[in-house]
Ligand binder design. Structure first.
Ligand code: CP
Length: 324
């Protein structure tokens, strides 16, 4: 079976591990012409005309939800944002009953974010719609990792042999897990840096653990990928204070000077905690790719939607009176 055929038969994107290296490269290659569209006065293509994309976010989001909405609209799909807080979910309707209801409305794509790991997979098993995991618990955020890989490849067209350090709160980060996977598959050397209490023992064996900023400098990453401290997910004190965290693990003014001299690229999935994982000056540094990551999120998600194929849905027959 050719790569193209494989791509056409994939219904869902739940983790990076679902994708072969060839599929990842093909999605990244497809995202490029989609990004080129953004400089035109008409930024739309008719690829998903007549299809419906539903954003089903049980957790807050700025970037991912908006990015999927714009991506779907640029593919000419109809988009509905399901507002959990004003839905029957607050009356206790179960996930399965919610999905059955939405399925009856013949939705073609469901973009799902949930605080519990595995919910997008559960939904995918119960719907004909193509399901994209937009972040589940601590587990995975595959579309973030794909847009990060696209951004990395814009800077380094050959990724093999390059080095990345993913720094910060690894324990609570679904982004870290997906970024480790995609970078490793694409041949990037991966290391991590953070408080021992926030670097789980279960990280993949290919990830090198760095214990000090001096070790980060010795590893000499091409990209330093900073993560937000996920205070809303932390049930215990993992370090004495924010100030302490910034001093030991953040990009301080002194560390930023060294990174800038070396020309190290900075990435961050957002939202950023200024003064914690980085100082303000990093935000305006010419090699900070945060806004480029956001822009690339749209093109990458367009490519992902394009490559997924919902199962054919069973259409109910038209009522007699309108059939004639
Ligand atoms: N990077 C990311 O997932 O951001 P949001 O939470 O704003 O979607």
């Amino acid at each position: 079976m050719s790569t193209q055929e494989l791509l056409q038969t994939r219904k869902d994107l739940l983790t990076i591990g679902d994708l072969s290296r060839e599929e990842i490269l093909q999605i990244l290659d497809t995202a490029k012409p989609f990004k080129d569209l953004f400089t035109r006065s008409v930024k739309k293509v008719p690829t998903l005309r007549g299809k419906t994309v539903l954003n089903l976010f049980y957790e807050p989001s700025t970037r991912t939800r908006t990015s999927f909405e714009i991506a779907a609209k640029r593919l000419s799909a109809d988009v509905t944002n399901f507002a959990v807080s004003t839905s029957s979910v607050v009356k206790g309707e179960s996930i399965l009953d919610t999905i059955d209801t939405l399925q009856a409305m013949q939705v073609d794509y469901m973009i799902v974010r949930h605080s519990v790991s595995g919910v997008p997979e559960y939904i995918a098993r119960h719907t004909h719609a193509a399901v994209v995991n937009a972040g589940d618990g601590h587990h995975a955020h595959p579309t973030q990792a794909m847009l990060d890989a696209f951004t990395f490849r814009e800077v380094y067209s050959e990724m093999t042999g390059k080095r990345i350090v993913v720094a910060g709160d690894i324990l609570h980060s679904r982004v870290a897990r997906s970024v480790f996977e995609v970078m490793h598959i694409l041949g990037v050397e991966v290391a991590t840096f953070g408080p021992a209490t926030l670097v789980p023992e279960t990280i993949p064996s290919y990830v090198k653990i760095l214990r000090s900023f001096d070790e980060v400098l010795e590893f000499d990453p091409h990209v330093l990928y900073l993560l937000r401290l996920q205070l809303e997910r932390q049930k215990a004190n993992f370090f004495p204070s924010m100030r302490e965290y910034h001093k030991l693990y953040g990009v301080t003014t002194e560390r930023f000077k060294i990174l800038r001299e070396r020309g190290t690229w900075i990435m961050h999935p957002g939202p950023v905690n200024r003064g914690v994982e980085l100082v303000d000056d990093v935000m305006t540094y010419s090699r900070t790719l945060i806004n480029q990551q956001v822009e690339n999120g749209i093109a990458t998600r367009m490519a992902i939607l394009y490559h997924l194929t919902p199962e054919e849905q069973k259409r109910l027959p038209l009522p007699e009176e309108i059939r004639a």
